[in-house]
Design a binder for this molecule. Sequence first.
Ligand code: NAD
Ligand code: UDP
Length: 338
Amino acid sequence: MAGAVLVTGGAGYIGSHACVALIESGHEVVVLDNFCNSHPEAIRRIEEICGVAPVTIQGDIRDRALLDELFSAHNIESVMHFAGLKAVGESVEMPLAYYENNVAGTLTLLQAMDSAALSSIVFSSSATVYGDPASVPINEHFPLAPTSPYGWTKQMLEQVLTDWQRVDDTRRVALLRYFNPAGAHPSGRMGEDPQGPPNNLVPFVAQVAVGKRDKLRVFGDDYPTPDGTGVRDYIHVLDLVDGHVVALDYLQTHPGLHTFNLGTGSGVSVLEMVQAFAAASGRDIPYEVVDRRAGDIAECWADASRARDLLNWEANRDLAQMCEDTWRWQQGNPGGYR
Ligand code: NAD
Ligand code: UDP
């Protein structure tokens, strides 16, 4: 029987949805998470949705002894690597914590994979590696120019993984550059559970809709975009994790290093998102326009044709579904998992 997939960060927002997608597609899953930005209840919800609980180990990707023990105790075949810190602003304040956790952590993980002769990894990269793109849509050949320590950790790790793969042509690496993940599991039982005020637009809007926050602050309406507000490529988390499952399958038959944008290929403005969320929730979303947020770019969306052509994958859930699913999760779990 095929071995299990180690999902690092499997209790987190995207990792937990990936666990469901993996289990539903017949994979056995082992989760490693230190719960620094998640809650064990997410694992219970995976079990509730799938009827099977992933084997879950509480621990850190920087703990080499733990990784060695994990790889010898479980029949792991490949790794989906989500664990990491992800707040752009915080990374500017605490760069060392980001380099330590994301870069050093991944080096430790790869060293342990080497010792266990594991050769297949799917890595969570980000569209943030493109920085402020010269044009849109963005394809995988665009130059990389991250603008934050967080973005740098992603670019550095792409380089590390590229060099690691080159050593041995049987190694398999998928670098998945996510655009803006949003949405929740349609059951309403699993979703994004931000600690403190959300930095990202969709969870913030959801908290305004449910009455947890007074109003949204729209960061600038003087961008060179159709309505002046920032435009992003919001991808439903279920489409995103489906992309991971197909990328993992692709690696089985395609050794080497493969980079894919995972986005929808179309852009949505802040005000369009506000409207869509108001329609999905039936609630008002009060907002005020404030200054631009430092470091923000005007617009960013994916050319996702490479994933379509090679992986036969496309995002097929629309903005309305994304908002409806987020709303179901937000209403049913106003305090998140706690
Ligand atoms: P998340 O914070 O919800 O999940 C990350 C998980 O990793 C958490 O459960 C956390 O407890 C765990 N973790 C962090 N450091 C760890 C460590 N050292 N050892 C063990 N576990 C650790 O974040 P997410 O939104 O699910 O993001 C998952 C991955 O996708 C991250 O690598 C992130 O950078 C990347 N990504 C996210 C987005 C986004 O907007 N959410 C966009 C692009 C890329
Ligand atoms: N945004 C906003 N108010 C908020 C959060 C975000 O106006 O409270 C805007 C932000 O300026 C950007 C878009 O929403 O144009 C998406 O922001 P997010 O932080 O979710 O993603 P990122 O900017 O990292 O792509």
